[in-house]
Structure formats: structure tokens, C-alpha cells
Design a protein around this ligand. Structure first.
Ligand SMILES: Nc1ncnc2c1ncn2[C@@H]1O[C@H](COP(=O)(O)OP(=O)(O)O)[C@@H](O)[C@H]1O
Ligand SMILES: CC(C)(COP(=O)(O)O)[C@@H](O)C(=O)NCCC(=O)O
Ligand SMILES: [K+]
Length: 255
């Protein structure tokens, strides 16, 4: 059984794989200042709750877009499982070519998204990841990563509005039923959620305009991928575990 670890800016997500779909997934906040012992405690609790045994883990891959947490998590999994983890990075990006300036700059989570999209669909793809950042990873029909677009994630935009103003509250991320806010919560929901639907559509349209020869599948993933209901019709597929699955594929492609 393989353990896949996706260290994002909001959460660390762990997935256990024996086949294409993860058997179990565990999500825990990615706090940059926590010691290894705290993450070890959380993984131990997860294994205990699910009656899993450490010796069942035969391989591990870690993707991290939070450099401080990379050595912490490497230390934890080596100690718990006595397995040397593979670290997702340019040395193991197999099967995709990167048409970007610097392969070390792109987030390994985004390469994992592209790997899964291209492996499953064998077509050009735009992967929209609704994480701490909102990202668009563009893959050609030849399996080249053409580039990435990055905007603040939905929750990140909402939190920064709260932090930068005296009177605006944190609001539930629910798509509004009215587009003219009659109280502050409605006003922010209408501004952010309706605005983000437009942002996503416009970025996808511009990507398509720039690459008229490609026929893109549009795939959504990330913790907030279901929040913008009107985008359902824009996405060919929504897969909350796409990044984990891409990392698992990346692991398998090494052997
Ligand atoms: N099922 C869910 N429903 C609502 N929010 C979620 C869900 N899963 C994750 N989230 C939230 O979505 C946000 C983005 O999560 P994620 O995509 O894991 O971000 P990152 O990869 O940047 O850590 C986080 O604030 C997370 O708590
Ligand atoms: C774009 C990201 C911030 C997304 O991270 P996430 O929202 O999943 O935490 C991350 O992939 C990253 O730090 N990338 C490096 C910059 C780049 O991909 O060009
Ligand atoms: K992510």
C-alpha cells in the first residue's frame, strides 16, 4: 500500500492507495510552526482509528508547496514507516514535458494535477484547483505543461477582505440567491462568489482563445471546487482527489 502526502498551504492531505482511487483520505491543517511530533501524533491517531498497520506502507511520495514543512514531514514518515519517501520534483516528472521557464518554480501539486488529467484523458486539459490559491494548469494534447495561472483562492480573498477592513466579517462561502446584497453577508457573497464565477470563466476563455488548436477538457479539484455551483456546466469533471491521484501516478511511473 502506498502513502501519498500532499502538503498544501491550508491542509496536509494524506491518501492511502492500493488502486486508482484512494482507499482512505485524511486531512489536517498545515501549520508551519508545528513540530514533527505533532504531525506524528495525528498520523498515529488516523492509523489507530482505521486499524491500519505501519508495516503495510511499502512506498511513500510527498509533494510540498510549503518548504518549511517538507523536512518535517520527511522526518515523520521515515520514523513511522521506515520507508524513504520520494519527493515530488523535476527529477521525477515523467511523461509530461514542461514548457515553462523553470521546472523548479512550478508547484509539484500542479504537476500532479496535470499528470492525473493527462493520464486519464489523454487530451489537452485545463485543471482548475480551488485551494489556498486558485490555479489553472494548462496541458496540451501532446502532454506538455504550457503554463499556469494563479489568483487568490476564494477563501483567501474573503479572509484578506476581512483582514484589510474594519467592518467586514468572515462569511459562509455559499453561492448567493440574490445578486444585490441587502445586508453585508449577502453583499460579500454576491461580490466574491459571483465575481469568482466570472474570473474562472474569463481565464478559461482567454486560455482557449490563445490556444485555438487545442480541445481542452476542463477539470476541477481542490477543497473549494464545489462552492461555485454555476461552474458545474463549465467543468467536464470535478475530482476532489485529483492531486493525490496524480501523485500516486507519479510514484508508480518511477518503477
Ligand atoms: N470538503 C470541503 N468543503 C469545504 N471546504 C473544504 C473542504 N475540503 C477542504 N476545504 C477547505 O478548502 C480550502 C482549500 O483546501 P485545499 O484545496 O486542501 O487547499 P491547499 O491545497 O491550499 O491546502 C481550505 O480552507 C480547506 O479547509
Ligand atoms: C500555486 C500554489 C500556491 C498552489 O498551492 P495551494 O493553493 O494548493 O496551497 C503552489 O502550487 C505554489 O506555491 N506554486 C509555486 C508557483 C508556481 O506554481 O508557479
Ligand atoms: K493543493
Amino acid at each position: 500500500m502506498e502513502l501519498v502526502v500532499d502538503i498544501g498551504n491550508s491542509d496536509v492531505v494524506f491518501g492511502l492507495f492500493t488502486q486508482e482511487e484512494p482507499r482512505l483520505v485524511f486531512r489536517t491543517p498545515s501549520q508551519r510552526d508545528l513540530p514533527a511530533s505533532e504531525y506524528e501524533k495525528r498520523i498515529r491517531a488516523w492509523f489507530l482509528e482505521n486499524a491500519l498497520s505501519y508495516s503495510d506502507i511499502s512506498g511513500i511520495i510527498i509533494s510540498s508547496v510549503v518548504p518549511n514543512l517538507t523536512p518535517v514531514m520527511e522526518e515523520v514518515v521515515e520514523r513511522l514507516f521506515s520507508v524513504q519517501p520520494l519527493l515530488a520534483g523535476p527529477a521525477i516528472y515523467k511523461g509530461l514535458s514542461l514548457k515553462i521557464k523553470n521546472p523548479y518554480e512550478i508547484g509539484s501539486d500542479l504537476v500532479a494535477n496535470a499528470t492525473a488529467a493527462f493520464t486519464y484523458h489523454q487530451s489537452a486539459a485545463i485543471v482548475v484547483d480551488f485551494g489556498t490559491a486558485l490555479s489553472f494548469t494548462v496541458v496540451s494534447a501532446k502532454g506538455e505543461i504550457l503554463g499556469v495561472n494563479i489568483a487568490p483562492g476564494i477563501k483567501t480573498a474573503m479572509k484578506s477582505l476581512f483582514q484589510e477592513t474594519a467592518q467586514l466579517p468572515i462569511i459562509p462561502l455559499e453561492y448567493p440567491t440574490t445578486f444585490i446584497g441587502r445586508d453585508t453577508v449577502q453583499a460579500i457573497q454576491a461580490g466574491i462568489l459571483v465575481g469568482y464565477v466570472g474570473l474562472v470563466k474569463e481565464v478559461i476563455n482567454k486560455i482557449k482563445e490563445q490556444e485555438p488548436g487545442e480541445s481542452f477538457k476542463v477539470i476541477a479539484t481542490g477543497g473549494l471546487s464545489l462552492v461555485l455551483e454555476p461552474l458545474k456546466e463549465v467543468f467536464d469533471q470535478t475530482d476532489p482527489h485529483l492531486t493525490l491521484k496524480g501523485l500516486h501516478l507519479m510514484y508508480q511511473k518511477q518503477f
